[in-house]
Design a protein around this ligand. Structure first.
Ligand code: THU
Length: 136
């Protein structure tokens, strides 16, 4: 992945920004745009637990809200024993905005790495074309 080391460093730096008083489980993310910008994210929890926003969705929503929708790579990290495993909701959001073959690096603070893709994380994901029959 282009700028992999920098992305991993920035994702890990976001672990300190995570607002996690309920789970004490910080997650960090760094998203590389096709224009070579980096958008970072952390998880932001709420006393009403279901309102929590995951780190990778924070990064994606920051970019999309700035008008950016072309991405080349994503790094997600945690203080986990093994490379972090992103939740199902985030896999679906990633699939909405990132190409199926886009590289995704799952890592942890220690630097263990598992490299996958959007489609690798969520095969047969639901997408706009799946609704074609309903839109005719
Ligand atoms: N979390 C993320 O930020 N990303 C994931 O993909 C997995 C889960 C957060 C949500 C919550 O703040 C904490 O991790 C525990 O579920």
């Amino acid at each position: 992945m282009r700028r992999q080391q920098e992305l991993c460093e920035q994702a890990n730096a976001m672990l300190k920004r995570a607002y996690v008083p309920y789970s004490n489980f910080p997650v960090g993310a760094a998203l590389l745009t096709s224009d070579d910008e980096i958008y970072t994210g952390c998880n932001i929890e709420n006393s009403s637990y279901g309102l929590t926003n995951c780190a990778e969705r924070t990064a994606i929503f920051k970019a999309v809200s700035e008008g950016v929708k072309a991405f080349d790579g994503l790094v997600i990290t945690g203080k986990t024993e093994d490379p972090i495993s992103p939740c199902g909701a985030c896999r679906q959001v990633i699939a909405e905005f990132c190409p199926p073959d886009m590289p995704i690096i799952l890592t942890n603070e220690k630097g263990d790495i598992k490299e996958t893709t959007v489609e690798g994380l969520l095969p047969y994901y639901f997408e706009a074309e799946d609704m074609d029959y309903a839109r005719k």
